[in-house]
Ligand binder design. Sequence first.
Ligand code: NAP
Length: 294
Amino acid sequence: MSQNNLIDGRAIAAQIQGELTQRIAALKARGVQPGLAFVRVGEDPASKVYVGRKEKTSGELGIFSETHVLPEATSAADLLKLLAKLNADSRLHGILVQAPLPKQIRQEVIYATVLPEKDVDGFNPVNVGKLMLGDDTGFKPCTPAGVMELLIRSNVKTDGAEVVILGRGNIVGKPMAAMLCQKGRHANSTVTICHSATRDLKAHCRRADIIVAAMGVAEFVKADMVKPGATVMDVGVNRIADATSKTGTRLVGDVAFAEVQPIAGRITPNPGGVGPMTIAMLMQNTVRAAEQAT
Ligand code: NAP
């Protein structure tokens, strides 16, 4: 099996973080330390891991961070009170409220409360609108922005490409489509979004030059769904049973990697592809927020 068609997300994320180190040093020389607040509600194990990784990377880069953990039963009013405080805190340039939130709190209200200029997650409606309008002054959601960066830095041509996105979620599928269909450099694709009501999803996939899989269905994309030479970006994170692993489970993506890799032109491993980029893009948004605030 050839290894040279891999798009190495860890290496590209490290490269981006290297570039950020210089920008952070320049900010510090002006007396500014970028600051990022994490808010986690409840004890969802995956959320704990995600926030832990983001805290660790912030620390490594010299970004100041603080984490607020609220109980599962927190009311929307209490969370809004905390966000008002964080919005007003000049040490903090970015605020990230880790999803998912408990049922009593409406995600849209929280997205709309984080100030657009501190919304390094890119989900405030102002930033979502700017993304649709092709206005680059807004913050873009980290995971699809990470996919874009992987495509750009791997020289995958998007101009005129047929792109099929699997999944129309607000976090990945929809913003991914908005990024790729913009008129301009490093975009300009013909985008199809597939979802659970799509007729003949396989036929859409087979004509794609680029597939972005963001459904959350383990190993859904099989070899017979991929055009030889296509680029395959695997965003999904799924835990499946594995009797050979110590924990009895392991993480896989939405792509059946072993059978798709030999056919694909380029492919992201998973883990080690899109995941590290999400964090790198969060750090990049935070540094930009600090630069813009000063
Ligand atoms: P989501 O909001 O739940 O959206 C999933 C989408 O997939 C929906 O549009 C759904 O269709 C579609 N879908 C699910 N099963 C399908 C099927 N059998 N056939 C066709 N369409 C199907 O998910 P998300 O938040 O966008 O996340 C997607 C995946 O990316 C998840 O695995 C998530 O863990 C992962 N993720 C990874 C990162 C990272 O950093 N690596 C970050 C964020 C998310 P309907 O709309 O019709 O229901």
